[in-house]
Design a protein around this ligand. Structure first.
Ligand code: NDP
Ligand code: OXD
Length: 320
């Protein structure tokens, strides 16, 4: 460390260790946002004892133990489930999740796009096109279509507010009870059935925790109105895959848009690829964008250096 008389680090060092994510755009953005920040890119870490901050993604278990001076772990993603699964994660270093506003903006676009796709009956028009059928179908008025969002956090709440502006009827399900104007709010497992009972479109934007793993299962699908649609951009482990296939095949669920999977990339022989009522995206609903995300990280580094509290710190006991 290189402290001045108040104990503030003058030349902080950030390690970039996002495996499989190219470093170059990030190095450029960090250089512009905070020229005094020294950025080292894994594996060229130099002296591990000089690393103050680490920006990580998909790093191997135990990786973060080698940096004795680490002050903050920044996750490149909003979801920190994989990070928290590391049994050797240093337990005295705060973890900050990605809360860059552009992530919420991208997720918002994605959920709106798919909700409108369903509201405007696009799956039916696509099928008509395959059959060369010319038949006009009235869209479902959005106020008659309830979109239920599991998780009203930074992403879910942004989506909920935009859906409201488009006239959809919106409800949300969270861990703690909320009171949000014009959104019917439900919380906890006890209120899950009442929440699900009206969701013509179910959106999953939950973090993956012990409580939420496998939550998109047969019991969940059975409680939805018949013919409901699913938009899933949480984590692959939320979904019991065979239960979705059964629900689609029985007509209980009409269509699913899936962005996340238990195994990513989705194996080439996975039945989802060819299912006529599943739309697949390669975990691309909301990608972290270096230009804005590097500034979000720098903002927090500056707060930390100034002795202010970090923003968006993960609650390890809650798991998100
Ligand atoms: P937040 O932490 O801001 O919000 C999480 C929400 O989930 C909160 O409303 C929380 O409730 C709720 N929640 C957590 N546990 C439970 C539970 N047991 N029962 C009911 N509700 C629960 O997260 P973000 O909105 O930033 O991100 C959500 C997730 O989206 C990420 O964890 C990640 O998995 C996924 N994601 C996917 C991306 C993609 O491209 N596919 C991109 C980015 C994120 P409460 O408000 O009461 O705390
Ligand atoms: C994230 C993700 O968590 O990309 O940000 O899924």
């Amino acid at each position: 460390m290189n402290p001045d008389s108040q104990g503030v680090t003058l030349n902080p060092t950030l390690l970039y260790a996002c495996f499989d994510v190219p470093a170059d755009p990030w190095v450029i953005e960090f250089g512009q946002a905070m020229p005094e920040l020294a950025v080292r890119v894994w594996p060229h870490i130099g002296n591990a004892g000089e690393i103050d901050y680490a920006l990580v993604w998909n790093q191997p278990p135990g990786f973060l133990r080698q940096f004795p001076r680490l002050r903050t772990i920044f996750s490149m993603g909003a979801g920190v489930d994989r990070l928290l699964r590391d049994p050797q994660l240093p337990d005295d270093v705060p973890i900050v999740r990605m809360a860059d506003p552009s992530l919420a903006a991208r997720m918002n676009e994605f959920v709106l796009m798919r909700a409108l796709h369903y509201q405007r009956r696009m799956p039916e028009f696509e099928e008509q096109q395959r059959q060369r059928v010319w038949k006009q179908l009235h869209p479902q008025p959005p106020q008659h279509l309830t979109v239920g969002i599991m998780g009203l956090g930074r992403l879910g709440l942004a989506c909920a507010q935009s859906l409201l502006m488009l006239g959809f009827s919106v409800r949300g399900w969270t861990r703690s009870q909320k009171a949000i104007p014009r959104i019917a709010c439900f919380s906890g497992l006890q209120q899950l059935p009442a929440f699900l009972a009206r969701c013509g479109i179910l959106v999953c934007l939950l973090p993956l925790t012990l409580e939420t793993a496998g939550i998109l299962n047969a019991a969940c699908f059975d409680q939805l109105p018949r013919g409901a649609r699913l938009i899933h951009a949480g984590r692959g482990e939320h979904l019991v895959e065979e239960d979705l296939i059964a629900a689609l095949d029985s007509g209980q669920v009409d269509h699913a848009t899936l962005d996340v999977f238990r195994t990513e990339p989705l194996p080439i022989d996975h039945p989802f690829w060819a299912h006529p009522r599943i739309t697949i995206l390669p975990h691309a609903a909301a990608l972290t964008e270096p230009h804005t995300a590097a500034r979000a990280v720098v903002g927090n580094i500056r707060r930390n250096l100034a002795g202010e509290g970090l923003l968006h710190v993960v609650d390890r006991s809650a798991g998100y």
